[in-house]
Design a protein around this ligand. Structure first.
Ligand SMILES: [Cu+2]
Length: 105
């Protein structure tokens, strides 16, 4: 029964994640779990952010925005800078939006 509930929650979560726009941002200077936690908190405090996933291993954050909302790159840079980190939008892999991949063609 417990397994069923967990599966249901997971499915609910997955459908939520596809509702808004998604953006992957590289973070320079994130070196430990405390960094990751701090960054997660910062972004969770933003009203535009639906969900955030922090990858300490790969040094990036994946942001899911609420439907029709998003944070500008400038704002993201500012938030990270404020916390003592540097945003990195340069790498190809950090651009996760549909918009970006269409522009490359
Ligand atoms: Cu740290």
């Amino acid at each position: 029964m417990k397994q069923l509930i967990i599966t249901a929650l997971f499915l609910l979560n997955a459908s939520f994640a596809t509702a808004g726009e998604e953006l992957k941002v590289g973070v320079k200077g994130m070196v430990c779990a405390f960094c990751a936690q701090g960054i997660e908190k910062k972004f969770k405090a933003q009203p535009e952010v639906e969900k955030i996933e922090v990858s300490l291993e790969n040094k990036f954050v994946k942001l899911n925005f609420k439907d029709g909302k998003r944070l500008s790159k400038e704002k993201i840079t500012e938030i990270l800078k404020d916390a003592g980190y540097e945003a990195n939008f340069d790498e190809k892999s950090t651009e996760g939006t549909k918009e970006a991949s269409e522009k490359k063609k």
